[in-house]
Design a protein around this ligand. Sequence first.
Ligand code: CUA
Length: 156
Amino acid sequence: MHVHRLEKIWLSIGISMLAIFLVVIAATAFGMGMSPPSEHHHTIDPTQVTTTAPFDDPGLKQTGDNRYEAVMIAYAFGYEPQTLEVPVGATIDFTVTSSDVVHGFEIVGTNVNMMIEPGEVSHISHKFDKPGVYLVLCNEYCGTGHEYMKTTIVVK
Ligand code: CUA
């Protein structure tokens, strides 16, 4: 009788431990799932890029005092728009996606360097303090035209 009760106690402890364990796992998974999405990351349908805002209208838009958003699409093998003209001293918030495969987005002479994945929207900001012609290169191998994939940003 005494032993039986002890067994029951141990059994209930075991079940409690299991329950706690499951709650912890669930809470962890839930917590991760509920973590706020990074503001530098969101997804779109890569087959609908040209009809999905803001990529239905790529280019430069003024968003504030000396601040612009540059919406760009990387594709095999180039960037839309073909060239971008930005005022010197302005901060540019780049919003870039790919309409096909993984590409790169590197602005030579700056620390701007992103991987552009289809279905994902990438953001990076840069302040262009010096006038000039900045070369934008793809630094992810994306196919036969990879080495020709480039565009320019004219800062003046
Ligand atoms: Cu695009 Cu390499």
